[in-house]
Design a protein around this ligand. Structure first.
Ligand code: CO8
Length: 260
């Protein structure tokens, strides 16, 4: 598939998806969602990928939401289908086996904030702005915001954002734990790349298992989560990368993981 609304690149185990409709502040329309889904499939099928960065083109916006020109004329049934489509693609993002970093360079509003929420963690520019402004349009978040935001920042912080629709700064987002780290705009991508390189230097089996253990554990009680962790630990230990990692430690050298 040729991309016109996103850019996709991959090298040294690090894949990057850039939302690229800067004239519409990278708003998510149906065409962009199709391209995003296609790129996510490529990431999931490429054995060499160990980490994905998701960002927005231009200096102003990560993603300013779902495309309001496409939402406005929808019937209730059409709206349900559009929400379902967005939820499915964003679910595909969350369910990727490899870690995903949201690199939020500007506005992350509505569906854009919801994309960031489905990533494993968020690095933000000092100029980033977050918000779920749907209430100001007479609707509610439809791409997972009412479900993921409270799980990340807690119920009352999430309700305040969802019920007021108010934008919050990167500093506020950092304070409430929505963002992991904040950087000057011109160093944001390099900081994210540094973390991505560190992640990409680890064994793929253990990266995927660690992400899976946390994600699955958050949906179950603690004893069930412990079972999940034990099983995944055992699986990892049987991998060639675990043999290499433990041997390298004992031989006092740096491990060379092959991703198997
Ligand atoms: N959709 C379509 N176009 C957009 C969007 C958007 N979400 N956001 C910005 N644009 C367009 C503007 O219309 C404008 O286009 P043009 O130049 O042709 O007039 C261009 O981008 C630049 O925007 P502004 O001139 O408005 O730039 P400002 O710097 O003045 O303002 C803001 C920037 C504050 C980001 C402002 O553009 C804004 O408020 N945008 C809308 C934000 C918003 O409400 N997002 C939520 C959308 S709803 C949503 O995401 C729901 C997800 C679930 C959907 C479920 C399906 C039913």
């Amino acid at each position: 598939m040729a991309y016109t609304s996103i850019e996709f690149s991959c090298s040294d185990g690090i894949a990057r998806i850039t939302f690229n409709r800067p004239k519409a502040l990278n708003a998510l329309n149906a065409a962009l969602l199709d391209e995003f889904a296609d790129a996510l499939k490529k990431v999931s099928q490429d054995e060499a990928v160990r980490v994905l960065l998701v960002t927005g083109a231009g200096e102003k916006s990560f993603v300013a939401g779902a495309d309001i020109t496409e939402i406005a004329p929808l019937s209730p049934l059409g709206a349900k289908k559009f929400a379902q489509r967005g939820q499915t693609v964003i679910g595909q993002l969350q369910d990727l086996a490899v870690p995903v970093i949201a690199v939020v360079n500007g506005y992350a509003l509505g569906g854009g904030c919801e994309v960031a929420l489905a990533c494993d963690f968020i690095y933000a520019s000092e100029k980033a702005i977050f918000g779920l402004p749907e209430i100001s349009l007479g609707v509610i978040p439809g791409f997972g915001g009412t479900q993921r935001l409270p799980r990340i920042v807690g119920e009352s912080r999430a309700k305040e954002m969802i019920l007021t629709g108010k934008h919050i700064s990167a500093t506020e987002a950092l304070e409430i734990g929505l963002v992991n780290r904040m950087f000057p705009p011109d160093t944001l991508m390099e900081a994210a790349m540094e973390t991505a390189r560190m992640i990409a230097s680890k064994g793929k089996a253990s990266l995927c298992a660690a992400k899976q253990a946390v994600n699955q554990g958050l949906n179950v009680d603690l004893p069930t989560g412990m079972h999940i962790e034990r099983d995944l630990f055992a699986l990892c230990l049987a991998s060639p990368d675990a043999k290499e990692g433990t041997a390298a430690f004992l031989e006092k050298r740096k491990p060379v993981f092959t991703g198997s």
